[in-house]
Every structure is written in structure tokens, then in C-alpha cells.
Design a protein around this ligand. Sequence first.
Ligand SMILES: [Zn+2]
Length: 320
Amino acid sequence: MKPYTSFTSVPELFRYRSVQHPDRVAVRFEGEACTYGALDRRAAAVQAWLVATGVRPGDRVVIDPILYCGVCFQCRAGQTNLCPNGMLLGRDVNGGFAEYISVPASHVFRLPDTVDSRTAPLIQVMTTCLHAQRLTKLFAGESVVVMGLGVSGQLMVQLAKVRGASPVIGVSRSASKGDLARKLGADLTLVSGERTAEAVLEATDGRGADLVIESTGVPASVADAITLARTGGRLLLFGIITATEAALPFYQLYFKELAVINGRAAKGEDFLGCINLLERGIVRLEPLVSHVMPLEKLKTVIGMLGPGSDQRLKVILDHS
Ligand SMILES: [Zn+2]
């Protein structure tokens, strides 16, 4: 049993480093020599909760890193991912680099035997994709364009196919990532460029896409997404954009009456949904792991995280 940590980019170093420790967390629940931290105010109930979740000591588990208060307006409204009092394991409290971590039992999900430990770290990434897609209306047979075919984009392609979308069109600067997207179910992939809009129109009976999923986080790509969507279509802005200014075709947003949807983080239901899809082999994570490196190579891995690599997808750190 080996714990793993995964990285895709520098910001994700901080976002994701906490999640990827599926084995050691189970050790903590054996109750020996583990001190329940401030997070576990309900320590006495933990054993009962674990019975309820089906987790046994020694089980492989994956952890939902999004901690929430449970009592604020958003939590009571069921939007625990938006809790203003929320914290992130690995950012606000100890995460996957700690020897032991303490998590609420509600955030522990047992891994089925068919999901291997090496790819399990990607489940948390997948949950954010599933959560965002849950927020978007999509009917079987509708067309989807996924812009950006990194790890999230490849997962978006697979989830759109699961939902019956057709055609699913992937757009990337990288031909090799396009090749991978087609292996994972994309009906068509395009190398982003001047002909992208024309090719999308050709593939959608001249209308444009019913749903465009923007997963690069680059403002110029949002402008392209607006162009590629059909009149009356939807945009899912998934890539996190921190820029405060950008040139966008705002008039098209109005004229096409586009619905713009944002998805942030994920909820427990998304872990259940993702594990179910993985257990049944409907979504594949293994092709998204491009490198496995020992933890001692952390500095090297961070050096690999710059932009522009066609070959790098998810880098998994082996802690053993
Ligand atoms: Zn809350």
C-alpha cells in the first residue's frame, strides 16, 4: 500500500497536495496512537460513522479535502462546497505530506478494489469536473466542445460522453493531447487555431456547440468559447481565471442569449459519483498519469510544472 501525491501545475501544488494520501488516513482510524485534533470535535462518534460509511481499518480510502462548517446559510442550503467558513486540507490544516492527518469521517470514501492507489489521487480532480457538469443542462445527443485537454479537459470529455453528448469535440494546442482525448471518447479533436470555429460549425450543422466547456483558464479562450457556442447555448467556465481584465465579445453573450455557468470545488456526492463511474470502468484515469516520481524528487517535479509541456499530464509522487 503506497500513498501518493499528485501535481499538475504549481497552483495545484497547494490545492491538491492534501488529498492524495489514500492509505495512511485509514491507519489513523485504527484508533491507536492517534490524537484526535480540533477538527474531530465529534471523535466519540467517529467509529459509528465509519461503520455507516463502510470503511474498516486498513481500507484504502480517498479523502474529500473540502471542510465545511455545516451550519452557515450555504451549508444548510446544501452548497457545502461554497461554505464561507470552509477550509482546505493541505492549505489551512495539515494535508497529505503530514505523517498522519485528521479528517471528519464524512469526508472518507472507501476505494473499491478495481481502483488502484496510483490513480486514486485523480479522483479529487474528477469530482470537481463532475460537480461542474452537474450544474449544466445537457441532453443526450447535444454537442459539446471542451477547450483545453489537460487532465481536467480529458475528464470533461469522458464525462460528457457518459452523459450521452454527441459530438464531443476537444480543442487543444497539443496534437498529442487531442490523440489521447479521441482514445478516451472524443468524437473529434481540433488543434486550436484559425480554423477551429469553422470546424466546430461543420460538426454541429452550422449552429455551434450546445455546450462549451472552457477548461484552460485563459481569458482569450473564454472569448473563443463565446464564439463557438450556438445561439441559445451554454458556457461552462471551469478553468480558474484570476485575471481581472480581458477583452471579451460581450455583445455576443447578449445576442446569443448564452447561459454562463461556473463550478467551484465539489461535494461529497461527487466523490460517490466518481467512485461509481470508476468502479464500473466508465471513466478511465490511468491514461492521465504521465509521470510517477519518488517524493525525494519533489524539486524536480516542481520544475516540471511550467507551462508549455505537451507531454506532461498528471505527475504522481510516490511517498513510499
Ligand atoms: Zn458552512
